[in-house]
Design a protein around this ligand. Structure first.
Ligand code: PAF
Length: 282
């Protein structure tokens, strides 16, 4: 039975009660408009915890001035049904006042340096400050033992991992695999903004990432592979923010040296900005 909670004192009491019983608490933070990808995060949390809290909070501080905060879809009833079916026990629905008692502009901020300076961080200034700030607050509110984040937001996962280690949060961070549509498009709340013409084109991102993997594994130089991938995406109608092959820490790998790699793309199709990535060994 899924309980919806909007009061921080009630949330704390419930979680403290579970902990007194010796139960392990899992947590899945979300911004709502949930799809099968989010439900899989809840199921993974269930495998590692006795009780699962999922939060739904569209966080204003992680949207830039020209980004889609206002049009971000709010679907509370469907979110509730989906979370109940996926096995969550508690839906945490903080108001903006609960999250930012002094207002978002006057909030204490958490800024994670280095890993936020590149890629998404460079293209969306302040985005990861908003993410780290809200996730640190959610961790303080929920006090989970384990928290699940999707690998689709690869850099976000890296930011959270660094924050957890640097600030010694007693939370184990678990990474969940990206769920894809049949044609390879990574599931995302933003996919619904794609027009009928754009939707099949969007799957090209995954194909391009697979091409990048094959080219790097065949020994071609990173710069050349990234440039070719950018051209392929542009030829299909994308405006490309970046195509990059990086180490798992998002550093630039040396050519000719093998190891774990991640290829990352951010590109716009019409008004919809999509991100995706592919992890592999080179
Ligand atoms: O990945 C998201 O949905 C958000 O960035 C998160 C982690 C819920 C913070 O608002």
């Amino acid at each position: 039975m899924l309980e919806s909670v909007t009061d921080l004192a009630v949330l704390r009491e419930q979680v403290a009660g579970w902990k007194r019983e010796g139960l392990r608490v899992g947590f899945v933070p979300t911004m709502g408009n949930l799809h099968a990808g989010h439900h899989s995060l809840v199921r993974l949390a269930r495998e590692h915890a006795d009780r699962v809290v999922a939060s739904v909070f569209v966080n204003p501080t992680q949207f830039g001035p020209n980004e889609d905060f206002a049009r971000y879809p709010r679907t509370p009833d469907a979110d509730r049904d989906g979370l109940a079916a996926a096995g969550a026990d508690l839906m945490w629905l903080p108001s903006v006042d609960t999250m930012y008692p002094y207002g978002a502009a006057a909030a204490v901020e958490v800024r994670v340096p280095v890993v936020t300076a590149v890629l998404e961080g460079a293209h969306r200034p302040g985005h990861f400050d908003g993410v780290a700030t809200v996730v640190s607050r959610l961790f303080h509110q929920v006090q989970p033992d384990v928290a699940v984040f999707g690998r689709k937001d690869y850099q976000q996962l890296a930011v959270i991992r660094r924050m957890v280690r640097d600030l010694a949060f007693p939370v184990a961070v678990l990474a969940a695999p990206t769920l894809r549509e049949a044609d390879g498009l990574a599931m995302s709340s933003r996919n619904q903004f794609l027009s009928a013409q754009e939707r099949p084109v969007a799957a090209g991102i995954h194909q391009v990432l697979q091409g990048v993997r094959a080219a790097i594994q065949s020994g071609r130089s990173r710069g050349e592979v990234e440039e070719e991938a950018r051209r392929r995406l542009q030829a299909s109608g994308f405006q490309v923010d970046y195509v990059a092959v990086r180490t798992p820490d998002l550093l630039e790998p040396d050519d000719g040296v093998g190891g774990a790699r991640v290829a990352l793309v951010a590109a716009r199709l019409g008004t919809t900005r999509l991100i995706d990535n592919l992890e592999f060994d080179a």
